[in-house]
Design a binder for this molecule. Sequence first.
Ligand code: SF4
Length: 635
Amino acid sequence: MPNGYNGKILHVDLTKGKLEIEEPKESFYRKYLGGSAMGMYYILREMPKGADPLGPDNVLTLMAGVATGAPISGQSRLNANAKSPISGGIGDSQSGGFFPAELKFAGFDGIVVKGKSPKPVYLAIVDGKPELRDAAHLMGKLTGEVDDILHKEVDPKAEILQHGPAADKGVLYSTLVSMSTRHNGRTGMGLVMASKNLKAVVVRGTKRVEMADSKAVAALNKIGPKAIPENGDMDGLAKHGTAVVVLFNNTIGTLPTRNYNEGQFEGCEPISGEKMSETILKERDTCYACVVKCKRVVEIKDGPYKVDPKYGGPEYETLGTFGSYCGVDDLAAVSLANQICNEYAVDTIACGATIAFAMECFEKGIITTKETGGLELKFGNAEAMLAALNQIVRGEGALGSILGQGSERAAKIWGKGADECIITVKGAESPAHMPQAKRSLALIYAVNPFGADHQSSEHDPYYEDGVGDFNLNRLKQIGLGAPQPAYSLTEEKVRFAYETEVFYSMLDSAELCQFVYGPTWTLYDGEQTAEMLRAVTGWDITLDDLMAVGRRRLNLFRTFNAREGLGRKDDKLPKKFFKPLVGTGPTTGFALTHEEVDSAIDAYYKLAGFTANGAPTRAGLKNLDIEWAADYLPA
Ligand code: SF4
């Protein structure tokens, strides 16, 4: 019996209705650890070049990690990968909750899905036995309703990962969601699963994860409750959720406001994590075995915007995109927007940012009430924001169907300079951390294989002068020890961006939560991450070994993108980021320059060992012991 993992990958061919179980060797798990690195092993081999993202040839992988389900914080994560219908490059997205651990308890480490079922089905895996079942009765239902039906039908304790009704309406940024609250949110993975006529994956099992050294795991786990109150970042996260950074980002001028034109929002207090805790917070929620409990559950019983606690509560990104991006300072309205996104399963970042984009187009006269169907889609109009959202998720009217394709495609349809209002990279709307101020994020937003992402590297304040010994000592573990001035994009800052990107890339392979394991402020540092994985698996692995896994994942992503025709031309930031920020605050007037971004991209490619077009080389892949992937590089 292997430690940590089950040694079983389930292959599902929906066209043939065939289910097969593969038992990979231990060396396979050790090389990839799980998550997206493991998913890419199958995607590159099994998906033909040029596959239609919404056709049967796309391959969707759902992978846990070698420690998923172990009794320690921050391990219950699941990665979804496939060709993204948004970018045509690789899609990648992680979620937490209880589904990932339950998948392990049900007997599998991951699932590879290909083909297309002739009719809607769901995959049930109960105690090691997979089965495809009819899903006709689930179609068109809200995510919470589907959860209720499948809990009765399969097992009250089953965990359910599903696409929602928005995907059936073709919303491009549809998600996969479990617990009706935990999303594989970005890059359109919900639409991919819907295109395969696979409605849901339901897992239930009684197996438990075997560990090489359960005493060492228990000892590490005990650190959590003591360390959290002593660590300001962790304490804030535990008390107020990710929403704790609303006020911090506003203070440093990186709370995107009115579609990313300003870095401070005068209405930030009413939508802050502190205000949520004081007013509508019903309870804190968690992922399997995690002591941090950063998830929010809110409830609003009265007033115009009632909110059902069944659908959780807003994260920072949601408060940003539906709040400050849209100029809306009404916490109840933003919480209801969060609920609607959870009921229909759409990405709150893409959706809120797309509505903010439409608001700017409306304010500039690029669109009028003719295009909005009568909506006064102005910044600050919460009613109009919610009306637009309802049209998007239901696929109603011209406005709903256009905005359901995201801001980049909407800008092409509307023309008249609408492209000046987009904030997308590879089609993905930018998250609520502004690269004009956090300049290393400008680089990562540009080069990240699946578009602008705030969870793919560490943020600048942790590598700026005066960062403090706690964070600096941790960064030294991965060879970073020379903090840089604020707002700089020096070569050393590029190195910081790349090495922390590699660390985060490893976390998204081992499937570890980035709020628990990380290179700076988190509960466990890099060396402790390696210690935990050693204790679970029994392998003699070092932090360097783990970093190699992170490099493998990035190289596999880049190999896939190169094969699909993506390269340097796609590592491109939106025009808006090069225009000075307006409004008031410490970042007013800030803009990126093309020179600094271009030279940072050059330096990044060199550090990573990529070609001038951003592709891996055969030699680089060989060094990482994944030479097989070179067969998929373009000639
Ligand atoms: S820190 Fe938050 S997101 Fe991460 S595992 Fe714990 S509860 Fe889940």
